[in-house]
Ligand binder design. Structure first.
Ligand code: SF4
Length: 348
C-alpha cells in the first residue's frame, strides 16, 4: 500500500477486505514506527472523583444528577489513598475522570492537580481531565480555552486526554449527548491544549448505533486535526485509543459488539490514521481479547486496576497482571513497561 486512503477507500476495505488483508495493511503502517514483535504497556488507575453530572449522555450508566441520591465527590485523602494503592501495585499512571459537577469549578481541579503534583512529583503521571470536562469547566469559568489550559498547565498538569469523544460527528452528539459539547468546540479546545505545551491523545468509542459513515467521519476529523498540528510544528496527538461501548444499565441499552469487529476497526483506523504513532488497545473493555488487536495495528495498552464508569456499564477488571501479560507473550510479543512522557515544552 502506498499513500493515504480516502474515506471511500476505507469504506470499501471495511466491507470487502478479509481479516488477513486488514492485518497486513495495518501492520505495514505500524512497522513504520514500531518493531513488529514489541508492545508496550502501562499500569494505570482511573480515579472517578465525582459521579455527579449534568450532561445526561444516554449511553452512560455512571452519573447521577445533582441532589439525587448516591452522588459523591472523593476527598483529597481518598484520592491520595487510591494513588498510593496504584503505586504499591507497580503502576504510575492515573486517569482522573468524572462528571460535569456544577459544584466543582476549574479552580477546584487546579488545586487538586497541584496537590497531586506536589505530593508525587514525577513518580506518578496523571491524565488530568478529558477534553469533554475541560470544555465544560472553561465555559463555566468564563475563560477561553487558551486561558483555561494555561491555568491547568501552571498547576502542574501535563496531559489533557482526548477522552469523552465517543463518536465525533455533530449528529451523534445531538442524538446521544446534546449537553456535552459540539464537535467544533471539542477540536478548538484540543488545539488550545496542544498550543499550551501540554500533551493530548485521540480516543474513539464504537458499538453504539453509529453508522460506518460516522466512524469514518470521526477518523477523518482526527486525521485532519493531526495534519494541522504537524503542519504548524506541534507533535499533536500522542496516541489513538479505541474502546467499545458497554450497554448495561444505560438508557440507550443495546448489545456489545463482537471482538472481531473491534479488531477490524482497529486495523482500519491504523491504516487510515497514518499520522498518529501509538495505537492503544482497550484491555478495560475487551479483556484478554484486546491483545489480538496487536496483530491488527495496535502497539500499546493499559492494564487498568479501576474504572467505575465502564465497570458500572459492565466492564470486568482482572487484577492478575502477570496472567494478563502472558496473553500477548503467547501471541509472540515482547512486552515492555512504558512510562508516561513528560511534555518537552514543560520539562524543568
Ligand atoms: S459520559 Fe461523562 S459527561 Fe456523559 S453523563 Fe456520563 S459522566 Fe456525564
Amino acid at each position: 500500500m502506498s499513500g493515504r486512503i480516502t474515506v471511500d477507500e476505507a469504506a470499501v476495505l471495511w466491507r470487502e477486505a478479509s481479516d488477513e488483508e486488514l492485518q497486513r495493511l495495518a501492520q505495514e503502517v505500524r512497522n513504520r514506527w514500531h518493531e513488529p514483535d514489541r508492545a508496550t504497556y502501562m499500569v494505570m488507575r482511573i480515579i472517578n472523583y465525582t459521579n455527579v453530572c449534568v450532561a445526561q449522555c444516554d449511553y452512560c450508566a455512571f452519573y447521577v444528577l445533582p441532589n439525587q441520591e448516591g452522588g459523591y465527590v472523593l476527598s483529597r485523602d481518598e484520592v491520595f489513598a487510591k494513588i498510593d494503592e496504584l503505586v504499591e501495585l507497580g503502576g504510575d499512571l492515573v486517569g482522573f475522570n468524572g462528571g460535569f459537577n456544577p459544584r466543582l469549578p476549574l479552580d477546584y481541579y487546579a488545586d487538586l492537580f497541584a496537590a497531586v503534583r506536589e505530593r508525587y512529583g514525577d513518580r506518578v503521571e496523571f491524565y488530568a481531565l478529558t477534553i469533554a470536562e475541560f470544555v465544560y469547566l472553561a465555559d463555566r469559568a468564563g475563560l477561553s480555552h487558551a486561558e483555561a489550559a494555561a491555568r491547568l498547565r501552571d498547576a502542574g498538569v501535563h496531559w489533557i486526554t482526548g477522552g469523552g469523544s465517543e463518536i465525533l460527528t455533530e449528529d451523534f452528539r445531538s442524538r446521544h449527548a446534546k449537553f456535552k459539547y459540539t464537535v467544533r468546540e471539542y477540536f478548538e479546545a484540543q488545539r488550545a491544549i496542544v498550543e499550551s505545551g501540554m500533551k493530548t491523545t485521540a480516543t474513539m468509542v464504537i458499538g453504539f448505533d453509529e453508522t460506518l459513515e460516522e466512524r469514518l467521519e470521526h477518523l477523518q476529523r482526527t486525521r485532519d486535526f493531526q495534519d494541522g498540528c504537524l503542519a504548524d510544528g506541534y507533535d499533536g496527538l500522542f496516541s489513538f485509543l479505541c474502546w467499545t461501548y458497554k450497554p448495561y444499565g444505560t438508557a440507550l441499552g443495546g448489545r456489545e459488539i463482537a471482538p472481531r469487529e473491534y479488531w477490524r476497526h482497529m486495523a482500519l483506523s491504523r491504516i487510515f490514521l497514518d499520522n498518529v504513532k501509538h495505537f492503544r488497545t482497550s484491555v478495560l473493555t475487551q479483556n484478554e481479547e484486546a491483545f489480538r488487536a496487536l496483530d491488527y495495528g495496535a502497539d500499546d495498552f493499559d492494564l487498568p486496576i479501576e474504572d467505575e464508569v465502564t465497570q458500572k456499564a459492565g466492564a470486568r477488571i482482572e487484577l492478575d497482571l502477570e496472567a494478563l501479560l502472558a496473553v500477548p507473550r503467547r501471541l509472540g510479543y515482547r512486552v515492555e513497561y512504558r512510562r508516561a512522557e513528560r511534555p518537552a515544552a514543560l520539562a524543568s
